[in-house]
Design a protein around this ligand. Structure first.
Ligand code: MN
Length: 241
């Protein structure tokens, strides 16, 4: 029997440099196709229409991008907060809320983990170098496929089920991170400087956020492929089979 066709919505990217475009870096598409899914790019739409799309797919990816507006988590923007896109915030926060409400499998990458945390009432570090003492270099100057720092994956988590517990070397292309943890989330990986590198929900079938970019590492790193494979199993409804 042919495997079920699994449709995965991915939130479109948007920033001021490409003000008149919704786009998505190709690595996200290739990673979903590589794991056996069919990707669909979800652009900014009215919340009701986002729900209509999510009724028809088996999973959602919250993709990377610019910073979340700090006012979304009750803070004023610090001097070192980066670019924000109100359109993108509307899209991602509505899509995250709708996916969580449906218990739709959700993989949240980089900005995505930050959106997931904010959607559940958490807050963010606006600029790691200013807020974390002895911070590692989280904005690597190296190719994206190359891992530059270690994280410790916590046992007995969905992430550990996918990639194993213990040390994992990941890429790092962020300057913000989870601060106050959102409701129902647990930390599933942490960097040696204490920066949260992965979270997951205790209350949902599969709502997993990673601060790194596994989609850029799939050709070089089995653990990166495993993240997408595990997500696709959750979307197909075969997790734990
Ligand atoms: Mn990092």
């Amino acid at each position: 029997m042919a495997p079920r066709q699994v449709l995965i919505a991915l939130t479109a990217q948007h920033n001021g440099e490409h003000e008149n475009e919704y786009f998505l870096r190709r690595a996200y598409i290739d990673a979903i196709v590589g794991a056996g899914g069919i990707p669909l790019i979800l652009p900014p739409l009215a919340a009701g229409k986002i729900e209509t799309v999510l009724d028809r797919v088996q999973g959602l990816v919250l993709t990377g991008g610019v910073d979340v507006d700090p006012r979304r988590y009750g803070e004023q923007p610090s001097e070192k907060c980066g670019e924000i896109s109100p359109l993108r915030d509307e899209l991602d926060l509505a899509a995250a809320a709708a996916a969580l409400k449906r218990d739709l499998p959700l993989l949240a990458i980089c900005r995505g983990i930050q959106v997931l945390n904010v959607a559940l009432g958490g807050s963010l570090l606006q600029h790691i170098p200013e807020e974390v003492e002895g911070a590692l270099k989280h904005r690597q100057q190296a190719p994206g496929w190359y891992g530059t720092h270690e994280v410790q994956v916590e046992p007995d988590t969905l992430l550990a089920e996918a990639v194993g517990s213990g040390p994992l070397v990941v890429n790092s292309l962020h300057h913000q991170a989870v601060k106050r943890l959102g409701e129902g989330l647990l930390v599933s990986a942490v960097a040696p400087d204490g920066v949260v590198e992965a979270v997951e929900s205790r209350r949902h079938r599969f709502a997993v956020g990673v601060q790194w970019h596994p989609e850029l590492m799939v050709e070089h790193c089995p653990a990166a492929r495993a993240v997408f494979a595990h997500f696709l199993r959750a979307a197909a409804g075969t997790l734990g089979d």
